[in-house]
Each structure stands twice: as C-alpha cells, then as structure tokens.
Ligand binder design. Structure first.
Ligand SMILES: NC(=O)c1ccc[n+]([C@@H]2O[C@H](COP(=O)([O-])OP(=O)(O)OC[C@H]3O[C@@H](n4cnc5c(N)ncnc54)[C@H](O)[C@@H]3O)[C@@H](O)[C@H]2O)c1
Ligand SMILES: [Zn+2]
Length: 370
C-alpha cells in the first residue's frame, strides 16, 4: 500500500507498506540519493537482525551508507545518545544534503527524527519502523523527541520524515509482549474513529495473534489511514489530534507510577498495556454517563483478555495515579483533558471529568492489595 500524507495542505511524504525491502532502493532513488551519504541509525536489538542487509541493499544506490548503533531501550532515548550520533555524523562529514534512516521501534524513530531536525538545522530523514507501535503510530505525524531527566518526550520538535517505509516481515521477530502491546494502539484507533474496523478486529483476532502477514497488512493500512487523517487535520495537536490520546490520560499516569514503584514483585508495564487500562477506565466513565452500551465495555475487555492485554493492575493506588495525571502535559488550565467515547468509533474531548469520576473509573481496574 502507498498512502500520501499531507502537511499544511501540501503533499509531504509517502507511507509504504511492503512485506520485504525490495522497493526501498527505488523509493529512495526517487529522492536522488546517488550523491548523498546515508546513515542507518538503529539500536542493539534491531541492528543485528536487519541493518547490515539494508546497508548492503542500499550501498549501490548512494554515495556511502554508514551504520550507527546505540543501546536499545527507552532509558537511552536521551540527549547523550543524540550527542553520540552527532559526533559520528561529524566524523563522517555528514552535510545538510545527507540523510538519516531510522531503523527500529518508536525509540529509534523519535531519537533519529530529533537528531535529523537539529543536526545542521535539519537534514532529511526516513522512517523504517520495525515495531507494531512504530508502524501504526510513532513513525507517522512528525512528532520527534527524547526524554530529559525523568520527563518523557520533554525535548523535541515537529519534524516530518521524507518517507515511511515499513517491511511488515520485521514483525515476525518482534517479542510477543511488544507485539500485543502495539495492539493496544490499534484497538484505540478503531474505538475512536471506526466502529466497522473494531468489528473487523474482532472477526480476525486469531489471524492477528498468529501474525498472518496479509491480515496484518490490512490492519496496519487501516490504522495508518486513521492516524494519517487525524494528523493531517491537526498536525500540531491544537484540537482533533488529542483524540489519539484516548486511554492515555490515565494510561500515562499508570505507566509513570508503575515505573516509579517497580521492584522485583511489581514489574513495570509496557506503554500499550497501560493504554489498554486507560481505555477501560475512560470507557467506564463513558458508560456511567450513559454514553456507551455496557456491552461494548465487556466486548473490549474480552478482546484485551484474548490478546493478553491487562484488564486490571496492582501495586498502585488511585490517589497516586490521579496525582501523576495532574503532573502530565495533558493538563490545560488546571483541567485534565479526557477523551471519552459516545459509541464505538466516536470519541470526543471532555474537560469536565471530576476527580470522583476518575476514582470510580480507577476502582474498576485497580486490584486491591491482599
Ligand atoms: N512520535 C510519536 O508520535 C510517538 C507515538 C507513540 C509512541 N512514541 C514513542 O515510541 C516509543 C515506544 O516505541 P516502541 O514500543 O516501538 O519501543 P522500542 O523502540 O523500544 O521497541 C520495543 C522493543 O522491541 C524491540 N524491537 C523493535 N522492533 C523489533 C523487531 N522487528 N524485532 C525484534 N525486536 C524489535 C526493541 O529493541 C525494543 O526492545 C516511546 O519512546 C514513545 O514515547 C512516539
Ligand atoms: Zn500511545
């Protein structure tokens, strides 16, 4: 599939989904890479699996192709890693006309995009996303950045890629838990924008679990299309883009608290897992307000269980989560910005959710300590 993304009304970049890298040289050659240096930026898990092959594939088409590998993990999505990359680019005399390729999950895409936005005041970059989350979410929309101290995505830039090329076959090596966590964002897309897509997900759940590539292709295309439409309408998150934060107000707060309190008996949760919990909490509020059918909550819960996504969480309290949500960027003039549903496939922004409603919603997903 090829999908053209517009930015500020103008055609900006293509999203290409394939099940191999065959068309990558052609797509890059269309950007005149013949006289340009390329740097494949990747991390220590993904690099050994795919980077050398892509380097060999592209070398005949570009001036040179170098490889820069950093240690995998969110804890390395920071300015130190960006500095190491700048140094490597300077040593290899990268100029403004050269190009970075981000090969990896969301960590690699966010970090490489930010380095591309800032190196020599901006050089071109291409996204080669390899995690499900990166393919349907983080590689699209031009949000780039890194964490700073304990603050997530605190430093960054809106900077659009020149191309998003995804080889869906890379999903075959993605660890199971990471894969299922990515499904959290996909179910989010269906719930906020497309009831028919939600039904389709229910109908294809076993093929999805088995990572059947033709089903995955259809699923990823539908999700990319939803994300494309939302970011085109609202590239800088002034309005509608906030709908993508469905499940994230409380989800992020749960993620933060789980991270802060993590120990051997209380492991942190992945992002998509927290989003799943946050969506259940938001749906609880929507249900109590009479906006959605209780059967939808039951159905979503069942889908999460089938995908081994959590439906309850332990080791944290409602007060902690509410406090963490107040420290979040999604606050506006002291009001927490919530995304609620008014039916399967229709979401809206609400600024009237009270602390009592949040407590009630959290009570439905928090496990009491024994
Ligand atoms: N820019 C945005 O709009 C946006 C949106 C959502 C999330 N994000 C960011 O994305 C990041 C999360 O992304 P993620 O979940 O992809 O994390 P990630 O990049 O850490 O990847 C998850 C794990 O899977 C491994 N991995 C990735 N692809 C693989 C493959 N094909 N085979 C084997 N292992 C593979 C990685 O090494 C890592 O261990 C966060 O930093 C988050 O802030 C950004
Ligand atoms: Zn998310």
């Amino acid at each position: 599939m090829e999908l053209l993304v517009h930015y500020e009304e103008k055609p900006c970049y293509e999203i290409v989904t394939e099940i191999n890298n065959q068309r990558l040289p052609e797509k890059l050659s269309a950007m005149s890479i013949k006289n340009r240096k390329l740097c494949i930026v990747t991390e220590s898990n993904v690099g050994p699996l795919y980077a050398k092959k892509i380097q060999a594939l592209l070398s005949p088409y570009a001036k040179t192709v170098i490889l820069h590998t950093f240690p995998a993990g969110e804890e390395n999505k920071n300015l130190n890693t960006v500095q190491d990359l700048y140094r490597d680019l300077i040593e290899h005399k990268f100029e403004r006309s050269d190009m970075l390729l981000a090969l990896g999950g969301g960590v690699t895409g966010d970090l490489t995009g930010y380095a591309a936005a800032t190196y020599l005041r901006g050089i071109d970059f291409v996204q080669l996303p390899t995690s499900l989350l990166a393919q349907v979410d983080s590689s699209i929309g031009g949000k780039t950045g890194v964490d700073f101290d304990c603050y997530k995505n605190m430093v960054g830039a809106f900077y659009q890629p020149k191309l998003v090329y995804m080889n869906l076959a890379t999903l075959k090596t993605l660890p199971e838990r990471e894969y299922l966590s990515g499904m959290g964002e996909i179910i989010k897309h269906a719930l906020i924008k497309d009831g028919a897509y939600y039904q389709w997900l229910m109908d294809h759940l076993s093929a999805i679990r088995e990572r059947d590539l033709s089903i995955l292709e259809e699923m990823i295309c539908r999700s990319c299309e939803i994300k494309r439409a939302v970011v085109e309408n609202d590239p800088k998150e002034k309005g509608e883009r906030a709908l993508l934060n469905f499940g994230h107000t409380l989800g992020h707060a749960i993620e933060t608290r789980k991270m802060e309190t993590a120990d051997q008996s209380n492991a942190p949760l992945l992002h998509g897992e927290c989003v799943a919990l946050g969506m259940l909490a938001s749906m609880q509020i929507s249900k109590e307000r009479g906006l959605i059918d209780p059967a939808l909550c039951q159905s979503v819960k069942k889908m999460f269980l089938d995908l081994r996504l959590p439906t309850t969480v332990s080791g944290i309290t409602a007060d902690d989560v509410i406090q963490a949500s107040k420290n979040d960027k999604k606050m506006e003039a002291g009001k927490v910005k919530f995304i609620l549903l008014k039916g399967c496939g229709t979401a809206f922004i609400d600024r009237t959710v009270t602390e009592a409603e949040m407590k009630m919603a959290l009570a439905s997903i928090l496990e009491e300590p024994n």
